[in-house]
Every structure is written in C-alpha cells, then in structure tokens.
Design a protein. Structure first.
Lengths: 324, 324
DNA sequence: GGAACGGTTGGGACCGTTCCCAGCCGTACC
DNA sequence: GGTACGGCTGGGAACGGTCCCAACCGTTCC
C-alpha cells in the first residue's frame, strides 16, 4: 500500500535506522490509515520473544487481594506495559505445588521476564529466578545479597517521618505496632521508629512495641496487647494502614479519643486511610510510581540481560489527616 | 527422534484421529524424554488463536482488590487454565479511557476470549463485547436481556436461607443491610429477604432496610442509620461479609451483644467471616467453583462460537458460626 | 570517465507449527 | 490376480513477520 517492500515496513516498525524520511512517512501514513497491527505470533516466532511479562504473586491469595498495595502495583505495571502492546500475564504461586508448576512454566519461555511481587523474606523463588537467569525484578528489597534489581520505599525514613511528626504534635511517649520481623519492611519500619526516638532522646524500649503481620486483624491483637500492659503512651506509629484501622477501632472500644488521648500515624496511604474514622495520618509510599519504575527496569533487563543491577529507593511522604 | 514426520507429531499433539497406536506411543515417549513443548508462537501463527484469555476487571481497582471475591475468582480461573497452557492475561478497565483502550486491544485479537468480572449493572462493556462477537462470559447475571453466558449464585435463595435460619433461632424482627440496587446481586438479596419474611408472615417494611455498597465502610453507615431509627430488631441479614464486619463493630460500640441482642448473618463466606469477632454466620457462595465453571464455559465458546448460551446458577449454602 | 563508497532498498531464507494433498500399503472384493 | 478402497503417513505450502545479503543509486574522488 505504501509502495515499499515488507523489509522497509519492518524497518519502520522497529525504528531501525537506514530508512529515508520519505519512505518512513509513507509507511507510517499507510499504517495509520489501515489500522494495521503487526502479528504478535509471527514476530515472536522469529524474535524468540513472547511479548508477555509475568506478574508473579507469591503470597496467599487472601492476603494479596485484601491489600490495596497490590491494586496499585497492578495499575502501575499495566500503565507501562499497555502502550507497548506487551501482555501482563497473571501468575499465582500460593503454595509449594503452585510454585513448582510456575517454575516449569517460566523455564519453558512462556514469558520474557518476571515482575515478582512478594514481601516474604523466606521466599525461595527470587533466588531460583536469578540462578535460572530469567530476567526478573523484585517489588521489595530481597533478604541477603542477591544480584537482582528491585524498587522499594525507604521504610526507615518513613518511620522517622511518622515519629518526627508525632513529636512535633507534642507527643513524648510513642508506641508502635510493628510488622513481621521476617520481612525487610517490618524490620526497617521498626528500626526507623527506634532510631528517630533515640535521636529525640525519647523512650523506645520493647515495652512500647507490639507485633502484627501487616494485615487486617493482627492490628487489633497488637493494640489490645499494648493497652493491656498498662504502659502509658500518647502517640502510636503503626507499620501499616490496615493494622492502624484495627488500632483505631480498639482505641475507640477502650474509650480513648484519637487524636486527643492517642495520636495515630499509619503507613502506606491506602484508600483505607481516608476512609478511617478519624481519617488517618499516614506515611505515603508512591506504590504506583514504584510499580512503573519496576516495570521499566524489567523491560531494560529484557532488552539487555547484562544491564547493571539497580535498586531504586523511593522517598516516603507524610500525609497529615485527622488522627494526629 | 521418534522416527516419524512432523505431520504425525502434530497429529499426536492435537489428538487428531488417524494415527496408529504404535506411532502415537512412539511420539509420546519421545516427547516425554525430551521435555518437548510446542512453540506457542508458531502454533498461533497458523491457527490464528493466541492461547490467551483475558481476565477483564471492570471496576475501580480499590474496590476489586479489597474484595476477596476477586481472589477466589482468579484462583478458580487459573486452576482451569494452567494445565492447558493457556495464559490468563490481566486487563483492567477502571474508567472510560481505560475501557476504550481495552476495547481496541480486544478487537485486535490479542486474546481468544474474555472472562468478564464485574458486578456493575450499568457497565456498557458486556453489550459491546456481544456486538463485536468476541467470545465472552460474565461472572454475574447481566442487566436486561443479553445473549451471553454467565454464572451466578442464587442470591434470592441465599437471602432466604439467612432469613430461615434467623427465624429458626427464634428471631421475629429481622432487619437487613442491603446492597446497591443498581446491581442484580443487590436487588436479589433484598428481594430474597422480603419474600422469605413474607412467607413467614413476619414484618419486612422499608423501616427495616438500610443500604450500603457491599464494600467495607458502607456497612457502618447503614448500621448507624438502622439503629438511629429506633425501630427494634433482633436479627440482621447483611448482603455482604464486608458490610457485616462493619455492622458487628458498630453493634459492639452500641453495647449490643451478638448474637444475644442481635443475631447477624452475612453473605459470601469470605475469609473475613472467620476472622470476625464473633465469627460470622454467613451464606456461602462457591466462588472458586463458579470461576471454574465460568472459565470452562468460555473455553467451550472459544472452541465453538455457536455454542448455546448457558447460564449456571449455583446454590448457596448457610454456614453457621458464632454470630447467630 | 571509471571506481569506490555509503545510504537505501528489495528479495528471499527462515522461524515451528498446521493442514491439505498425494502416496503408500494391506485388505477385501470381484 | 487385478482393482478399489481405506487407514496411515510424509511432503510441502502457508502463516506474517525479521534479518541477512545483494543490488541499486547518486556522489565523491582519483
């Protein structure tokens, strides 16, 4: 239609240099007019790439799908991938059996690379992916040294923001509901709390700490535990919004007013934070942006398997609402 | 390797009749030994099929990803699709812009069919999919007549089960927190409540009804409204577990004991139901099974575009726990 | 004026399947 | 014994791209 050979069309499609501007324009308008779209299958056949990337979610479904973190992750990745015509293929690895199947699947070259979403420290998959030389990136800092790119939020700094804010609001005894200590995010947020309090010369002993697992439900237990100890506190930093919601409910049950009696800061800035009563002051992590960066990193890596390992740490931001 | 031509291998792979048992066996052992896997791209190139089906989620992300319903849906679909080597491709259509893009994408034959997950009545996508003759199935009854297959749970019967159970437990004034009335599920659960109460000769006036949107948060507002009216009730049917969780919290705040003062029944049997305090009696819908049936229906339809339209309605089941 | 060269271009092999078609072989029938 | 037939098999075109290679053209240089 453009009066040129398929070779030239191919060159235009792939932005290969060595096409005259005139021919290039000719082809482009023809494409525009016909709504032509290259055939994925034919292309894959020769390039040996699939045009799909896997979104591997290695976590109990119930957990993942009840955490808005995942929603934002998916949205960010989708946004990067869609205009490129790349498919985002869902892969769930809930238990060991599913993991084996998944690995088999990945090894057979069904996808060009893997976005690995999991926060679990003990997860063996990242290590295996690296060993198999499959292009992969992680959604959080891996445990131990592992030559793999990742993005993460600066959890230590985030916890620091929360503590600083509470101190600014005049609080002097600041407790925390920490996350699980087998996950980097859990560790870092606790460490950030400790370090910030130490810097202010305020107490930060173990009697001010209770543990949850980031998810809904665990925050209530931790809150009850803290209150049960009888140790006074007027500020509370909770390592996830979902647990903070629990904490708010338990505080209300105990006739404690937020923020008058206890000022509360969460972490994540999920939708839950705005819906909470009172609306939750929280540390925002830019999940969607992080997902975009993660996806771009993977695409880089697929394009060049020897691309350098990078880790990108995003700064958190304090969002003030009614709970402080 | 098996000493036969590629034609014969192809026949074995596709279970085409007209291969001698001997040759078939020869090929099969060769495949076993080499771990051979057919090349998707080459196959797609000639069959004009992609070996992928789209999982279209037409809903606000925050909503979908905070509802465990979606998790089960994905799990069920994955289970059907994985052993067949079919990819489940995630597609999100949150707003109008995303919907347009998505449609364009679907029209270009990137997937062989669509699993459409949405509960929204006003969603224009199902109608368009039908008009475009794209193989598609719905995860819930569509509004209006539409020649499209779907699966659903019998919501009317489910609400009936809940009411019957509450009556059995001696309750005579049974209120309800209903779902949104622009969704079939919302309408049906309300209707089931009304009809069952009418059958028992018990009151079922509008003063016993408050409305939510199925999601967390809306249940609290509805519960407050019901209590605020001063109309007495000793039983409560809530159209979703998430709203029931809210209701439990509000009842507790008002010093009402569950189940002694108010017996509560939810709907869904999500994980939330078991985590609730007290554990929630609820109407279970077999979401995972429904997802499997849905996926199989789609695969049928892809195999034969003129397959008859089917709708499969699953029976709900009452799960008794501590809240009644 | 002819050769060398660089920028463009088209031709054609190739990727790994499916599927049509022709051919082979053994059997049944006349 | 020859022929028709049916079950099974292999050959080869086709799918729609990518990419290597050769050819073409206009310039520049000797």
């Amino acid at each position: 239609m453009a009066g040129v050979s398929k070779s030239t069309v191919s060159r235009v499609l792939n932005d290969t240099p060595g096409v005259s501007p005139k021919a290039r324009q000719l082809v482009k308008t023809a494409i525009e007019q016909t709504g032509y779209q290259p055939n994925r299958a034919a292309r894959s056949l020769v390039t040996r790439a699939t045009g799909s990337i896997g979104l591997v979610v290695s976590e109990a479904h119930a957990r993942i799908f009840s955490d808005p973190f995942f929603a934002s992750m998916v949205r960010g990745a989708t946004e990067v991938v869609r205009p490129l015509g790349i498919h985002l293929v869902l892969m769930l690895a809930e238990d060991r059996r599913a993991r084996e199947q998944l690995l088999d699947y990945l090894r057979h070259g069904h996808v060009d690379g893997v976005l690995f979403i999991s926060t679990h420290a003990a997860d063996p998959l990242p290590r295996i992916l690296v060993a198999e030389r499959l292009p992969a990136v992680l959604s959080a800092r891996p445990v131990g040294r592992l030559p793999i790119s990742y993005v993460d939020v600066d959890s230590v700094a985030g916890a620091g923001l929360a503590v600083d804010h509470l101190v600014e609001r005049g609080r002097r005894r600041i407790a925390t509901i920490a996350g699980p200590q087998d996950m980097p995010a859990g560790q870092d947020r606790l460490r950030g709390w400790e370090e910030a309090l130490a810097a202010h010369g305020l107490p930060h002993g173990p009697d001010l700490v209770a543990y949850g697992d980031f998810a809904r439900g665990s925050g209530a237990r931790a809150m009850e535990e803290l209150l049960g100890r009888g140790v006074p506190f007027d500020g509370l930093f909770v390592a996830s919004d979902l647990m903070a919601l629990d904490a708010l409910a338990v505080l209300r049950e105990h006739q404690l007013r937020v923020p008058q009696d206890v000022a509360v800061v969460g972490f994540d800035d999920s939708d839950a934070a705005t819906q909470a009563r009172p609306a939750l002051t929280t540390v925002r992590q830019p999940v969607e942006e992080m997902a975009k960066a993660l996806t771009l990193t993977l695409l880089d890596r697929i394009g060049d398997p020897d691309a350098p390992i990078t880790s990108r740490i995003f700064p958190p931001k304090l969002i003030q609402r009614a709970s402080t």
